[in-house]
Design a protein around this ligand. Structure first.
Ligand code: AHM
Ligand code: MG
Length: 283
């Protein structure tokens, strides 16, 4: 696993350099979900693929930017599902973006995830690594080296509310839930990039990030293998909760297709319990 983590550190330095120096425009292609790809999406995907080709414990790669599975090493153990540049449409307005990695042993599904990682490309490069044994570890890069800042834990209750999705299409009960948090004094923190938005909640001790099912996208936007399950693991390891709109742990998701999405809610205990009540989810 340490080889995989070291490879992710090398990848992070390369992608950060690409973000800072390369063309921010669109490529001529679209991804597996039919979305237009930026040149940076394609480049980041290439950087990751090339890096893991040299790591023989990696059996296969599944990228948010590509259809299908790329088999790498027959004798490998892990399948890495990754979103090479999440929130890439924010790069041209100079907001933070990220990379997300889910490391699965066996079939890629929630219960088989053994580690996850994400990188935030902001004013600094930051990295969070989570394994089953410990709380997520937070690193910050300095001149190409990642220094450990410390373990990350969520408080029982936070102050931040990051409500995703198109408000026009929210259900009435979701709208009431979001408003009830603001009425309690929660502050809005939402950039439109799930990596920096979830990172902020983790580092500031708590709150909730939601991306519900809506009338236009009933199963939400965020993809289970590349985005939802890796972050669910981070939040649970930090002492928080991560559930879908039925109260099921996101770590129990079994995608039928690699690009399947799910409504998702990540937060500290207090906010997730409040969400369950607002959604009529029985304990
Ligand atoms: P992407 O993987 O195509 O970048 O999409 C994922 C991003 C998340 O970072 C963010 O939470 C969400 O899309 C915001 O989407 P929208 O603005 O469409 O609600
Ligand atoms: Mg994404």
């Amino acid at each position: 696993m340490q080889t995989i983590f070291q490879t992710i550190k090398d990848i992070a330095i390369k992608i950060d350099h690409a973000i800072k120096t390369e063309d921010l425009g669109y490529s001529d292609s679209s991804n597996a979900s039919g979305e237009d790809q930026l040149k940076l999406d394609v480049k980041s995907d290439y950087i990751i693929e090339e890096a893991f080709k040299g790591v023989d414990i990696v059996k296969a790669l599944i990228s948010e930017e590509k259809e299908g599975v790329l088999e790498l090493h027959e004798e490998g153990i892990y399948t890495i599902c990754y979103d090479p540049l999440d929130g890439s449409s924010l790069a041209d307005v100079n907001l933070s973006v990220g990379s997300i990695f889910g490391i699965y042993e066996g079939e890629p599904r929630g219960e088989n995830l053994v580690a996850s990682a994400y990188v935030v490309y902001g004013p600094r490069i930051e990295l969070m690594l989570a394994t089953k044994e410990e709380k997520p570890l937070h690193y910050r890069a300095n001149e190409g080296l990642f220094n450990l800042i410390g373990e990350v834990s969520l408080n029982e209750k936070g102050k931040l509310n990051a409500p995703g999705g198109t408000q026009q299409y929210w259900s009435d009960y979701h709208k009431r839930f979001v408003e009830s948090l603001f009425a309690e004094g929660y502050r809005l923190r939402y950039s439109g990039g799930m990596v920096p938005d979830l990172h902020q909640i983790l580092l500031k001790g708590g709150g909730i990030f939601s991306y519900p099912g809506t009338t236009d996208v009933p199963k939400g936007k965020l993809r289970q293998l590349f985005e939802v399950i890796p972050f669910a693991f981070m939040y649970e390891q930090a002492g928080g909760q991560a559930i879908n709109d039925k109260g099921m742990r996101l770590m129990e998701l079994i995608p039928a297709h690699p690009h399947d999405t799910s409504p998702c809610f990540f937060g500290s205990d207090y906010e997730i319990e409040a969400l369950k009540e607002a959604y009529g989810i029985k304990a």
